[in-house]
Design a protein around this ligand. Structure first.
Ligand code: KIV
Length: 266
């Protein structure tokens, strides 16, 4: 019988030193494809603000958006562990509100866990969530919800002071009860140090090879936008070309009257 990966399953991979595979997805069709590829975790990321909604940042995303997309992903996948993002201002201003919103992602969306950005300042909220039975994933390094404060999408934790701060944040989050930590755009050596100092798995994106697993945005790894290629993204396909070629062919055949032919008619 198939069943969905749990927190325990993810920790089992970590205990066995099996690298953990995580990818974003936002809808039924992509979730189904991730399921066929048997990746361990699907993140319903607030990156949907960029790749689904076309915004410049993740800031405009709201809880209803994440609930909607989490439901669709859940219908497309049977075994992947489902983590849903708490979007900007759904937890920072009011921790009671954060509790309720995390609850919504589990109750209404069907996620198994929530992810939130930030270090020591969110640790008390993490503790409350964990006490209430909500598994929490942390997110340090580049935290896109703070893009207006950080002034852009750049590598974090480069100098000693910033690296020490990140390490202290990671420890505080672990103590508060997170079961997984995403490290985004930090030097590989710092990601290694954080990973070695924690007893929970780390997942890297632009954080080098020494984390316990990796995550990428699915549209990026499939090469669906030729104009977007940060250094940390490896393209495993060139779907932009494949899809545009297919759409071109369809358009040509409709215009020429060769589609639909007898094989595609009743
Ligand atoms: O929203 C997202 O997709 C993320 C990943 C980049 C880790 O947070």
């Amino acid at each position: 019988m198939t069943r969905r990966n749990t927190v325990r399953d993810i920790h089992q991979l970590y205990a066995e030193q099996t690298p953990i595979t995580m990818v974003t997805a936002y809808d039924y069709t992509f979730a189904r494809l991730v399921e066929l590829a048997t990746l361990d975790i699907i993140l319903i990321g607030d990156s949907l603000g960029n790749v689904i909604q076309g915004h410049d940042t993740t800031v405009p995303v709201d809880v209803d958006d994440i609930v909607y997309h989490t439901r669709a992903v859940r219908r497309g996948s049977a075994t992947a562990h489902l983590v849903a993002d708490l979007p900007f201002m759904s937890y920072q201003a009011d921790h009671d509100e954060g509790m309720k919103n995390a609850g919504r992602l589990l109750k209404e969306g069907g996620a198994q866990a929530v992810k939130l950005e930030g270090g020591r300042s969110v640790a008390p909220l993490v503790s409350r969530m964990v006490e209430a039975g909500i598994p929490v994933v942390g997110h340090l390094g580049l935290t896109p919800q703070s893009v207006h404060a950080t002034g852009g999408y750049r590598v974090q934790g480069r100098d000693e002071e910033a690296a020490q701060k990140l390490l202290a944040d990671a420890r505080a989050l672990e103590e508060a009860g997170i079961y997984l930590l995403v490290l985004e755009m930090v030097p590989a050596d710092l990601a290694r140090k954080v990973t070695q100092n924690l007893s929970i798995p780390t997942i890297g994106i632009g954080a080098g090879p020494h984390t316990s697993g990796q995550v990428l945005v699915i549209q990026d790894l499939l090469g669906m936008n030729a104009d977007f290629k940060p250094r940390f993204v490896k393209r495993y396909a060139n779907l932009e070309k494949t899809i545009v070629d297919a759409l071109d062919s369809y358009g040509d055949e409709v215009r020429q009257g060769t589609f639909p032919d007898d094989d595609h008619s009743y």
